[in-house]
Design a protein around this ligand. Structure first.
Ligand SMILES: *[C@@H]1O[C@H](CO)[C@@H](O)[C@H](O)[C@H]1NC(C)=O
Ligand SMILES: *[C@@H]1O[C@H](CO)[C@@H](O)[C@H](O)[C@H]1NC(C)=O
Ligand SMILES: *[C@@H]1O[C@H](CO)[C@@H](O)[C@H](O)[C@H]1NC(C)=O
Ligand SMILES: *[C@@H]1O[C@H](CO)[C@@H](O)[C@H](O)[C@H]1NC(C)=O
Length: 236
């Protein structure tokens, strides 16, 4: 680790790990929405794939990192990315163990460390790159925000966006991003989020905003909505 990164980690000893918001604090889509994509296996990893109906750029893809409710969630978010024109891949990085809607996220988290959640993501990214996909946009929701952050820090992707991220360390993770990444980042946060609160968002801005992060930083707060708002989707 570079010395200045190490020093900033020490300086951030009072840093906050964004907590998980428990199941009852999440929105859940009210009804099942018929999926337009399908499950496939990519490099050994179950992956939901949704392709645009129209012609699309085969060198570009969206890597969608779901929240803790994973691929069984009845929302159609990956399909919405596909409808916007992007081939969209959502790997099952929860290893077949998505949290049930009424599950206990604290107990669940024990089996979903970064050590076990990262390899499936990287396996799918490797496969996409070996199939000629040169630009990957990662989009992460809640738990997926943590991994989007890691992919940005590690310069594994082209651009990253996250909504209501969990488990990040603020400000340490953004200091690390600033120290080693050239990947632009977007954050969509919720006014009523009890995890990544508006106060933590402001702390993040203090590290990233006003041109401090040359690759590009954009944060937008959505008012009157809580954690999970970006996953809730309308029937198309
Ligand atoms: C994909 O797999 C997940 C996990 O097994 C399942 O819950 C989901 O319904 C499947 N989706 C489709 C479109 O088959
Ligand atoms: C959730 O699990 C944690 C850890 O196992 C436990 O301490 C906590 O009491 C559980 N919460 C509920 C509401 O069951
Ligand atoms: C964690 O995984 C182990 C091994 O598969 C399993 O026995 C245990 O029930 C899991 N814990 C939770 C909380 O799901
Ligand atoms: C990012 O890099 C760190 C340090 O090498 C590694 O521990 C982590 O698994 C990587 N994460 C991802 C998502 O690539």
């Amino acid at each position: 680790m570079q010395l200045f990164v190490f020093l900033s980690l020490l300086a951030a000893a009072g840093a906050v790990v964004v907590p998980f918001v428990d199941s009852s604090g999440h929105f859940h889509p009210p009804t099942d929405i018929a999926p337009r994509g399908k499950n496939t296996t990519i490099n050994g990893i179950l992956t939901y794939v949704s392709l645009p109906k129209e012609k699309f750029d085969p060198t570009t893809a969206v890597l969608m990192l779901t929240d803790v409710f994973g691929l069984p969630s009845p929302d159609n978010l990956a399909d919405q990315w596909a409808a916007a024109g992007f081939a969209t891949y959502a790997p099952d990085y929860l290893n077949g163990d998505a949290l049930p809607p009424d599950g206990n996220v604290t107990a669940w988290a024990v089996n979903h460390t970064e050590a076990v959640s990262t390899p499936p993501i990287l396996a799918v990214i490797r496969a996409l790159k070996s199939h000629g996909i040169r630009k990957i946009a990662a989009t992460g929701y809640c738990f997926g925000g943590l991994f989007t952050t890691r992919l940005i820090q590690n310069n594994t992707i082209t651009v990253g966006t996250m909504a209501h991220p969990s488990l990040l360390n603020v400000p340490t993770d953004f200091e690390l991003m600033k120290a080693q990444s050239h990947v632009p980042v977007e954050i969509n946060n919720a006014e009523l989020d009890t995890g990544f609160t508006p106060a933590l968002a402001v702390e993040t801005d203090a590290v990233m905003d006003d041109g401090q992060y040359p690759p590009g930083y954009f944060r937008r707060q959505f008012d009157d909505v809580a954690h999970g708002f970006a996953v809730l989707s309308e029937t198309p």
